[in-house]
Design a protein around this ligand. Structure first.
Ligand code: PLP
Length: 391
């Protein structure tokens, strides 16, 4: 979250005054309006708000018809939620290395393909766009779905197209830690009518048939799913946040560029698949040793984070996945299901050594869209001093 205030307060107050807080209503129709605005902003046929990014990922996988017997390739560096969504759908996550951009490696996707692979989840981690051209090419050649996890990349782009709109479906998150927030929240974006229909039913299965005409023109029969429905208060906050998204991104990118330009001659940065579409939330320094990265991150005035230390973002810390505890009830556990008997991998903590190496040699410095030039100049001075001391 970066900017939140009176606009959101007024929007919530207005929503409360209507006393119509259910998402389907005949008063302000805030959720309906927010979804229309998202379709326009993201240029997709469908945009569905729900309670979280995880809900959007899981609903999208269900919408793709993915389930037991299927493998889904996820990067070794992503929040555990990306892999858990695969398990929630009954399928098995296959973990692939990231490359120098710290996003999923197309070369390793090719190595991890099998006859059971059904989808790839590229994750635009820290707002860094994945190599979508290469990923889409692989998906096309092997008839796979692409589900973009853009939960850390709200509004970002790849070659001029918004992240989350380059595959068969995309998921955004609006939890507190994201570029824009609704407190909690998520969105599913897709052009695919079947994915949309199934995801709509799955994410709100107990109410979707009973409120409004949400199932009008549907060709999918009702089935039992989950309950990830949003509400008018969250949607009110989100509408206010959406109006600020492009300004936030513009300022993040401007500030990131200012600092990177000033340091370009004295250090290296993690390469980008599209620096113009990058969300700008993170300046990612690259070092030739883990020891230098660690020292730089702790240097005076840097406040850096070495991504290997970001706990559940690194596959070796995905305890329930590595231990294959896919559900509380054993018969509901994809890791124990008969349909998955031949495809459950032997996960080990060192199975993606390249990812571990790359993550231990990078340092993140978080960007603030509201930094002053004085603050950025101080960071640049501190970084130069810290880099000098590493020599
Ligand atoms: C990469 C990634 N995917 C998925 C999620 C899940 O989003 P949410 O917390 O809204 O369920 C997150 C959230 O932190 C995330 O960072």
């Amino acid at each position: 979250m970066f900017r939140i205030g009176q606009k959101e307060i007024d929007a919530v107050a207005k929503a409360i005054q209507t006393k119509s807080l259910f998402k389907v209503n005949d008063r302000l129709k805030i959720t309906e309006t927010a979804e229309a605005e998202m379709r326009e902003m993201f240029q997709t046929k469908h945009a569905m708000l729900m309670t979280s990014g995880h809900a959007a990922l899981t609903s999208a996988l269900i919408g793709m018809g993915i389930g037991p017997g299927d493998e889904v390739i996820v990067p070794a560096y992503t929040y555990i939620s990306s892999a858990m969504a695969v398990v929630a759908a009954g399928a098995i996550p296959i973990i692939a290395e990231v490359d120098e951009t710290l996003t999923i490696s197309p070369d390793d996707i090719l190595k991890k393909l099998s006859k059971h692979t059904k989808a790839i989840i590229p994750v635009h981690i820290q707002g860094f766009p994945c190599n979508m051209d290469a990923i889409r090419k692989i998906a096309k050649e092997h008839a796979l779905f692409v589900l973009e996890d853009a939960c850390q990349a709200d509004g970002g782009a790849y070659k001029g197209k918004r992240l989350g709109t380059l595959g068969d479906a995309g998921a955004l998150s609006f939890n507190y830690f994201k570029i824009i927030t609704a407190g909690e929240g998520g969105a599913l974006l897709t052009d695919d009518k079947d994915i949309f229909e199934r995801a709509l039913i799955y994410h709100d299965s107990s109410a979707v048939a009973y409120f409004g005409d949400q199932l009008k023109d549907f060709s999918t029969d009702l089935f039992c799913g989950n309950e990830y429905r949003t509400n008018e208060i969250s949607s009110a906050i989100l509408r206010a946040q959406l109006t600020q998204l492009d300004d936030i991104l513009q300022d993040l990118r401007k500030n990131k560029k200012y600092v990177m330009d000033a340091l370009a001659d004295v250090c290296s940065f993690i390469p980008s698949n599209d620096i113009l579409g990058d969300c700008g939330t993170t300046i990612a320094f690259s070092f030739d040793s883990a020891e230098k990265a660690d020292r730089f991150s702790k240097a005076n005035g840097i406040h850096g984070v070495v991504p290997i230390n970001t706990d559940k973002h690194v596959y070796r810390n995905w305890t329930p996945i590595l231990e294959k505890k896919g559900a509380f009830h054993p018969l509901m556990d994809p890791f124990k299901m008969e349909a998955n008997r031949d495809i459950v991998p032997n996960y080990t903590k060192d199975m993606c050594p390249k990812t571990l190496d790359l993550l231990s040699k990078a340092v993140y410095v978080s960007v603030d869209p509201d930094w002053s030039v004085t603050e950025m100049d101080a960071l640049i001075r501190n970084a130069k001093k810290a880099l000098e001391s590493l020599k």
